[in-house]
Design a protein around this ligand. Structure first.
Ligand code: BTN
Ligand code: 3PY
Ligand code: ZN
Length: 633
């Protein structure tokens, strides 16, 4: 190690050392030090600069003049206490009582979770969130919560952004100590796409609570309360806010869709109340709830249920603000909105516009509109750097009432359709998605059930199959694995069960589960899994956060850990550098530890040598450094 450190030392490399160098350079004897991480980071920057980032290749570029986003300054020196203090000092039940006693409409900001999940394929990096978290704490202390974790953000962080979602959570939590953090939890599906053993779900919730989640929105992708209890009980045991959530689907006012009528939702709400929820969530993941139905739904829920109500919707139709205002008038306690620059279309409705609409009314939110504009302007600059991940969706569309796709799935499915060469048949995909829903018995479509419907729809369009053919016992159909798995009962039971004829065709005689999948899954031996993860990744230590990641995503986590060993803390790089590398003459800084900042300047990129390698010349904290990377272009 000594020799390697010596050979890599910038002074050694630059030929400026003297014989006293070894005696006067104690860091040569510190192995795995800051310098080591710097080398790894430079090798990442060099690689991206030479070869490009696989995810942005061929995609739109950020505008040349896109500036480094500057978070707004604090408008006060002293942080005002907020909902986090109520939770910490008095517990989740006191939070619920406090909510019901408020006159103003409370607001959750979803920009750091659903906002970018629904607009930018979940690609927002931690650094762009952590930088603005102090502005939220100082300038918007009256927010109910900031949704910044869970849903798809967990696996996308490891898989595509090469960063640790747990660290993101801890950092946001530390920078925003007065506002509750919120996550989306898919009940027994955790933050994954399939049911996990009960002790994995319990362990995950306990870890999330320890690492910094205050409010857990718990939902089941088939609205099956039976399958939500393990997760809900774990949240309650951790003394965090348990938001037991109903997923809204269909059209409550349509007598032809009576499966999901007002009675259905009220009954489910009562079940969730009995199950111990502190708050009732209503999650309209596709944005299907229209204003007149919202008036009826929330008026009834307010009368029949004693819990405060939190409403979540998407603006895919362009009509979400009318629904939010109707919900507010009917007495809903909290609603979700996204910062203006991350709102609209498949994302949440527009935070600033809701605040303005209610200003000077009895539900005035009390939030500082200027603070909102400033934070929105920050996110506008952030968004410019993610041009490669924009969906190209031009306008809101009432077609959402036909296909009922969740906002978080819409752009993803469109990208999948594109990759299968079906983009110009998108409206057919949308119609088929609706047919598949009916064929499956009219189910709730939200991760992971929505993915199953999407898989089936793409398969039918690409193979030219109709619903009649799929249902015909005499037509051979090879179903996607996810469909077989769901029909086996591995995601749980929908209201009324699965259509028996289709289920029999899919399962070819195999017996489906009728009860909770978790009842049949063996508890995981955590220490054995930790040892396995250690071996798979080659890491010296797998801590509890790592273990929880490995249990849900063994391969994704292992790949992440191996890349981390090679490239170091790439999370500290500016977003432009992470996706595009550097230009000669450009300078960036990366804070690899609190107060430890690397100043990196790209001097030049050399020619490709006979060995196929390129020399990339940097200055690191003023010292010349050369990194060699293979030219893979
Ligand atoms: C990914 O998972 O593909 C995105 C993370 C970045 C991986 C880096 S990009 C430079 C190097 N070349 C690769 O093919 N992977 C790593
Ligand atoms: C998720 O589970 O990621 C969702 O956003 C569902 O709406
Ligand atoms: Zn959503």
């Amino acid at each position: 190690d000594f020799v390697i450190n010596l050979l890599k030392h910038p002074t050694f490399l630059s030929n400026q050392y003297t014989t006293k160098f070894i005696d006067t350079t104690p860091e040569l004897f510190k192995f795995d030090t800051r310098r080591d991480r710097a080398t790894r980071l430079l090798s990442y920057v060099a690689d991206i600069t030479v070869n490009g980032h696989p995810e942005t290749e061929g995609r739109a570029l950020p505008p040349r003049d896109a500036k480094t986003p500057r978070p707004p300054a604090a408008r006060t020196d002293a942080l005002q206490p907020g909902t986090r203090q109520i939770l910490d000092e008095k517990g989740p039940k006191a939070v619920a009582e406090w909510m019901k006693a408020q006159k103003q409409l409370l607001i959750t900001d979803t920009t750091m979770r659903d906002g970018h999940q629904s607009l930018l394929a979940t690609r927002m990096r931690s650094i762009d969130m952590i930088r603005v978290a102090p502005s939220y704490a100082a300038n918007l202390p009256g927010l109910f919560s900031v949704e910044c974790w869970g849903g798809a953000t967990f696996d996308v962080a490891y898989r595509f952004l090469q960063e640790c979602p747990w660290q993101r959570l801890r950092d946001i939590r530390a920078a925003m100590p007065n506002i509750m953090t919120q996550m989306l939890l898919r009940a027994s599906n955790g933050v994954g796409y399939t049911n996990y053993p009960d002790n994995v779900v319990q362990g995950f919730v306990a870890q999330a609570a320890t690492s910094g989640v205050d409010v857990f929105r718990v939902f089941d992708s088939l609205n099956w309360v039976e399958n939500m209890r393990v997760a809900m009980d774990a949240v309650i045991a951790a003394e965090k806010v348990c938001e037991g959530t109903i997923c809204y689907t269909g059209n409550m006012l349509d007598p032809a869709r009576s499966k999901y009528d007002l009675k259905y939702y009220v009954a489910m709400a009562k079940e969730l109340e009995k199950a111990g929820a502190h708050v009732l969530g209503v999650k309209d993941m596709a944005g299907l709830l229209k204003a007149p139905a919202a008036t009826q739904l929330f008026t009834a829920l307010k009368q029949e249920v004693g819990l405060p109500i939190h409403f979540h919707t998407h603006d895919t139709s362009g009509a979400a603000i009318s629904t939010v205002l109707a919900a507010s008038a009917a007495g809903v306690d909290v609603i979700d909105a996204a910062m203006d620059s991350f709102s609209g279309n498949t994302s949440q409705p527009t935070l600033g516009s809701i605040v303005e609409a209610l200003s000077q009314t009895d539900r005035d939110t009390g939030l500082d509109i200027e603070a909102i504009r400033e934070i929105s302007n920050y996110f506008e600059q952030v968004r410019a750097h993610y041009a490669a991940f924009e969906s190209g969706l031009q306008a809101p569309a009432s077609e959402v009432y036909l296909h009922e796709m969740p906002g978080g799935q819409f752009t993803n499915l469109k990208a999948q359709a594109r990759s299968l060469g079906l983009e110009d048949r998108w409206h057919e995909v949308a119609k088929t998605y609706a047919d598949v829903n009916m064929m499956f018995g009219d189910i709730v479509k939200v991760t992971p059930s929505s993915k199953v419907v999407g898989d089936m729809a793409l398969m039918m369009v690409s193979q030219g199959l109709t619903r009649e053919q799929v249902e015909d016992p005499n037509t051979d159909v090879s179903f996607p694995d996810s469909v077989i798995d769901m029909m086996k009962g591995n995601l749980g039971q929908p209201p009324g069960g699965w259509p028996t004829a289709l289920q029999a065709k899919v399962l070819k005689g195999e017996k489906p589960l009728q009860d909770r999948p978790g009842k049949h899954l063996k508890p995981v031996d955590f220490e054995a899994a930790r040892a396995e993860a250690q071996k798979a990744t080659g890491e010296a230590e797998i801590d509890d956060e790592d273990l929880n990641a490995y249990l849900m995503y063994p391969k994704v986590f292992t790949d992440y850990a191996k890349r981390h060993q090679q490239y170091g803390p790439v999370r500290t790089l500016p977003t432009r550098t992470f996706f595009y590398g550097m230009e000669p003459g450009e300078e960036i800084s990366a804070e690899i530890d609190p107060g430890k900042t690397l100043e990196i300047r790209l001097q030049a990129v050399g020619e490709t040598g006979d060995d196929g390698e390129v020399r990339v010349f940097f200055e690191l904290n003023g010292q010349p450094r050369t990194i060699r990377v293979p030219n893979r272009k």
